[in-house]
Design a protein around this ligand. Structure first.
Ligand code: 3UK
Length: 507
């Protein structure tokens, strides 16, 4: 089991280890406009922490909303809030004033740090008396940077317990109200000491890169905490597209990449134009990785994808496989430190070959911020992620569907992901999303929303060809009775398909 000192500040611990191991002059963060060594990042974190404690008068346990695109200053702000003994509430860059207001209220936020370029929505949000400091605001009289100049490093972190909350992360909320999840100091170290250490295999020479926002725990771990834990570097990119990510991998000689399946699908098409020879490991998470995507990526780059399921509630990835452990079609096995099982409707574990509800237990786990759904998510220390999974006799876990996305048509249970998988093998299909649409006769019918590759005609013939193609690959009753062509699919900032938008779209 993982052991951490009972009194712990996870950020102070990360920097103390870095100092003792002699990493001070190594590069920690690479942004578009600046590059910071471990010593420079630590000094910046210490100065921001002093602004929070001394200028804003914040105390241990106060909450600070942080808003910015992925860049070294955004990373420093999150780390500084935690080092100051406060609780970081990072928020996604695309959130609007009303959503930010809801988060500020539910998390009982005491102050706001915001990138100047994203200030508009903060200015528009309701925040009576809430202090706000802007960063990356050259020339402004009262910016965070101006305040930082008034303080001297180093800053000694106030005393906190390993199980004091240091992070409140909100779920992306593909359905319903976003939920705040609370995480302890020890949790932030625990995720570094599980997936990257045992499955990914990260080292001091790695250069991490990827798309997930630092406000999403996938990005917070993969692009900040994991590299800092081993003395590696992270490239933080503000303006992301498949092209800019590929170009940045080439330019910075990145070795480890984190992004979602949809990004890998698009990058696979463009990969031959770039030199990606330094890339050794590519991690896919956020939604199911179709076999077709795994194969397209492997054909384009020669790299075997590392699929991993994580959740905001669990902080990071808890089932995964890499290298020779990869079994196509499976997400993998529980990451060392975690255990997983499949439960039936009465919460009893089922054996191999039966689809059921995924349950997982480990050093991290769900603690909702005053939300009645806590009782639905955690039973006896087991976390129910809301996913339908199946296990094989060797202990591999296979994703089937989100429990509430299972399509029930004429008495059959159909997992949309399986139909998507089949469609993605067709050369005309770039992206697709399969949902159940209410139907008076069948209860639901399988409906496919398809984005075609450039140059393919969105015709009735194409639709027919896709339907025949699916019938030839999987049980014919699963074929999409309705095929609709679209320019693009609705996705969250974290790369997840918004199925409810497909379902609710007027026919
Ligand atoms: C789905 C997957 C199949 C699954 C996340 C890595 O996605 C993350 O967190 P969220 O809270 O969503 C959690 C849900 O997303 N999912 C994620 N990965 C996979 N489904 N295969 C996968 N590989 O439904 C899960 O319950 O947004 C991912 C690290 C940190 C994260 N927060």
């Amino acid at each position: 089991e993982l052991q951490y000192p009972p009194r712990l500040n996870c950020v102070a611990e990360l920097f103390e280890v870095a100092r003792l191991r002699g990493w001070d002059q190594r590069t920690a963060l690479i942004g578009a406009r600046e590059r910071l060594t471990y010593a420079q990042l630590r000094e910046r974190v210490d100065r921001i922490a002093q602004v929070l404690r001394r200028d804003l008068g914040l105390a241990t346990g106060n909450r600070v909303l942080v808003r910015g695109a992925n860049c070294p200053m955004m990373a420093a702000c999150i780390l500084a809030v935690i080092k100051a003994g406060c609780i970081a509430v990072p928020t996604m860059p695309l959130l609007r004033a009303r959503e930010l207001g809801t988060i500020a209220e539910r998390a009982r936020v005491d102050a706001v740090l915001c990138a100047a370029s994203l200030r508009f929505e903060v200015d528009a949000m309701e925040r009576p008396g809430l202090p706000l400091l802007l960063f990356d605001d050259p020339g402004a009289a009262d910016s965070l940077e101006a305040r930082m100049a008034g303080h001297d490093a180093p800053f000694a972190a106030p005393d906190t317990a390993a199980d004091d909350v240091c992070l409140i992360s909100f779920t992306s909320g593909t359905t319903g109200v976003p939920k705040g999840t609370m995480h302890f100091h020890r949790d932030l170290l625990a995720i570094c000491d599980c997936f990257p250490r045992h499955t990914l295999g990260s080292s001091i020479d790695d250069i991490f890169i990827g798309t997930p926002p630092l406000a999403f725990t996938f990005g917070l771990g993969g692009l900040l905490l994991f590299p800092l834990r081993v003395g590696a570097s992270a490239v933080l990119i503000e303006k992301l597209s498949p092209e800019t990510l590929l170009a940045a991998i080439q330019e910075h000689h990145a070795t480890v990449c984190f992004t979602a399946p949809t990004f890998y699908r698009q990058m696979a098409q463009l990969a031959p134009r770039f030199d990606l020879s330094t890339l050794g490991r590519t991690v896919s998470a956020g939604e199911a990785l179709p076999l077709a995507t795994r194969e397209a990526w492997q054909d384009a780059t020669g790299l075997a994808m590392i699929d991993g399921i994580g959740a905001t509630e669990m902080l990071h990835i808890f089932i995964s496989a890499a290298g020779s452990e990869v079994r196509p079609g499976a997400t993998g096995k529980p990451v060392p430190g975690y255990v997983a099982c499949i439960l039936d409707e009465d919460d009893r574990p089922v054996g191999p070959g039966t689809i059921g509800r995924l349950a997982v237990k480990g050093p991290t786990g769900c603690r909702y911020l005053s939300d009645p759904r806590q009782r639905d998510y955690v039973i006896d220390g087991w976390n129910l992620t809301g996913d339908a999974y199946e296990m094989d006799a060797d202990g591999y876990f296979y994703y089937r569907s989100r429990l509430d996305d299972m399509i029930i048509s004429a008495g059959y249970n159909i997992a949309g992901a399986e139909v998507e998988e089949a469609l993605l093998h067709h050369p005309a299909v770039a992206e697709c999303g399969v949902v159940g649409r209410q139907d008076p006769e069948r209860g639901q019918v399988v409906e496919a929303h398809v984005v075609l590759k450039p140059g393919v005609e969105a015709s009735g013939d194409t639709a027919l060809a896709l339907q025949e193609f699916v019938k030839a690959q999987i049980a014919p009753y699963k074929y999409p009775r309705v095929v609709r062509f679209r320019e693009q699919l609705p996705r969250t900032e974290t790369g997840k398909l918004q199925r409810f938008k497909l379902r609710n779209d007027a026919v």
